[in-house]
Design a protein around this ligand. Structure first.
Ligand code: MSP
Length: 532
């Protein structure tokens, strides 16, 4: 976060607030990396960014897990949270706020919000009967369940029958306002998720219960402390509490002053209903502005199978990042899987993609080119400028439009499209250098031609590194440093000032004044080792 320029456009985005019944799984890592990539891209574009993540700590699921581990819920949450913080550090996630829903500030926000909704007449008491999946913390329709009332997401868990007096939120009142909201095509993305929501809403919305009895772990319902607030009502408001500056009083006014409305909620497809239906309706009731965009990504499978503890094929993100490093994990997920669709993790494929793209196509290209510059050009960046190349030059022609093309892809969260476009330049550069054979030109004494070839390739590698920096910040920094820029893409104070998008996203900015570094590999080839 950068307060130095108050006039900068703001961009606030969130990951889901993760349940702390267990250590982070690969799904949590997937959403969080995506959020970090978007945040880095928006910072690179010069915006003032606030990335919010955190943990969702109340509810029956956590209470039961803590009990079965012989801990109090709070002790248990405190232990698990450490695992999240550590993983985000290892994955190089630059979040600005980490909200825990057990934070005392959060209770004040929840109370104030509840009161607004209550004052609107949108909360009433009634009897709740139905099947409740504790793992989803959600009532399920009978038709949504598998045999034996098992949940379709947690297939080894039986939903539990509930018949109790609860407080309800009058969701049905917001049917037409929500339908009008969905007319804004951008609100729910991708299109497939929007259609899912439209079809659900068209069946008619029913009020949902927002309190539980026989549950202690949560906030008491402000108007009736014999009830505990439903975990999802409390959790969604965590996005608001997260906005309060560390020294400010926890009031809605303070929370909403600077960063609201949120520009982007990034979530997985299983929690779409909460974010695209319940959440905007709650905000409508409280008469607050709505978030701008909800993007529901797909699920990761392993070797073609749904991941799950019962199948014993979960993928441990901590082991993965320890073994292969942050950039490798970040790159694979976003290059290989179309964001929004389900995608697979297969270790052989993982190794092959990383070796092909990062070790060979990008890393080797930089290395051999720098070595040639060392040998043929006395370690100097050849003295060329973009004007020395026609616009139909095979690399310049790709490079000229690439910045804008990739920016559009990042804005649409089409990360794999961004990677493909960048890699096309890298592959064209490999082909170009092989065809031009600067080693032969050098032998023939064609120094000017040698310099032009090497400049065009180095500049293309630079552009590729810059545009990939939101995804692979360490490798991009290494490349930039070898090209003579004292830049670390992990240093937020440098990003938009030292490497502004308006300059660095163009082809042809490398200059003779840059002092090239010693060539060294930016990505070591990976060997196949079984991780899990
Ligand atoms: N606590 C709620 C969110 C509250 S937000 C106010 C929750 N937490 S969760 O920890 O269970 O899930 C977090 C995210 O992980 C969800 O976005 C979910 O979609 C995602 N994933 C869980 N398994 C996944 C995969 N196998 N693949 C990709 N993402 C998956 O829900």
């Amino acid at each position: 976060m950068n307060f130095s320029d108050e006039k900068k456009e703001t961009f606030a985005l969130t990951t889901p607030l993760y349940y702390v019944n267990d250590l982070p799984h690969i799904g949590s890592a997937y959403t969080t990396i995506a959020a970090d990539v978007v945040a880095r891209f928006e910072r690179m574009r010069g915006k003032s960014v606030l990335l919010i993540t955190g943990t969702d700590e109340h509810g029956q699921k956590i209470q039961r897990t803590a009990e079965s581990n012989g801990r109090s819920p709070q002790e248990y949450c405190d232990e698990i949270v450490v695992g999240f913080v550590e993983l985000w550090q290892q994955l190089n996630i630059q979040y600005d706020r980490f909200i825990r829903t057990t934070d005392p500030k959060h209770e004040a926000i929840v109370k104030e919000f509840f009161q607004r909704v209550w004052d609107q007449g949108d909360i009433y008491q009634s009897q709740q009967q139905g099947w409740y999946c504790v793992s989803c913390e959600e009532f399920k329709e009978e038709r949504e369940l598998l045999d034996g009332h098992r949940c379709s997401i947690h297939i080894n868990k039986e939903a539990e029958w509930r018949d109790e007096q609860n407080y309800f939120f009058r969701l049905s009142r917001y049917q037409s306002q929500l339908e009008a909201l969905y007319q804004q095509v951008d609100f729910i993305q991708p299109e497939s998720r929007r259609n899912e929501v439209l079809s659900f809403v068209s069946q008619g919305l029913q009020d949902f219960s927002i309190s539980r009895v026989n549950l202690d772990w949560g906030f008491p319902v402000p108007i009736d402390p014999s009830h505990t607030l439903y975990v999802w009502f409390d959790a969604l408001l965590g996005y608001v509490t997260a906005l309060i500056d560390p020294d400010s009083e926890p009031t809605l006014e303070n929370a909403l002053a600077h960063w609201w409305p949120i520009n982007l909620h990034l979530i997985g497809k299983d929690i779409l209903r909460f974010h695209a239906i319940y959440w905007p309706a709650m905000l409508m009731s409280a008469q607050l502005p709505l978030p701008k965009r909800v993007f529901g990504h797909g699920f990761l499978t392993k070797d073609g199978q749904k991941m799950g503890k019962s199948l014993g094929n979960t993928l441990d993100p901590i082991a993965l990042v320890k073994r292969y490093g942050a950039d490798a994990v970040r790159y694979y997920f976003f290059k290989e899987i179309e964001f929004g669709k389900d995608g697979d993790f297969n270790e052989t494929r993982f190794i092959n993609v990383l070796n092909a793209d990062l070790a060979n196509d990008l890393g080797n290209l930089l290395n051999r080119t720098l070595n040639m510059v060392k040998k043929y050009c006395d370690r100097q960046v050849p003295n060329c400028t973009t004007d020395d190349f026609n616009s139909d030059h095979s690399l310049k022609a790709i490079g000229l439009n690439l910045g804008e093309q990739v920016a559009q892809a990042y804005e649409s969260l089409a990360f794999s499209r961004a990677c493909e476009a960048i890699l096309a330049l890298v592959r064209a550069s490999n082909k170009f250098i092989d065809e031009q054979a600067p080693w032969t030109l050098y032998k023939k004494g064609q120094q000017k031609e040698v310099e032009q070839v090497l400049y065009a390739v180095l500049e293309s590698v630079r552009l590729a590194a810059y545009l990939l920096s939101p995804i692979i910040p360490d490798i991009a920094s290494d490349i930039y440093q070898q090209l003579g820029f004292p830049i670390n893409f992990n240093d937020q104070t440098q990003i938009s000032s030292a490497t502004p998008f308006a300059t660095h996203a163009n082809w042809g900015i490398l200059s003779v004044s840059q002092k090239l570094g010693e060539p060294r590999p930016v990505f070591q080839r990976l060997e196949l080792l079984e991780i899990v």
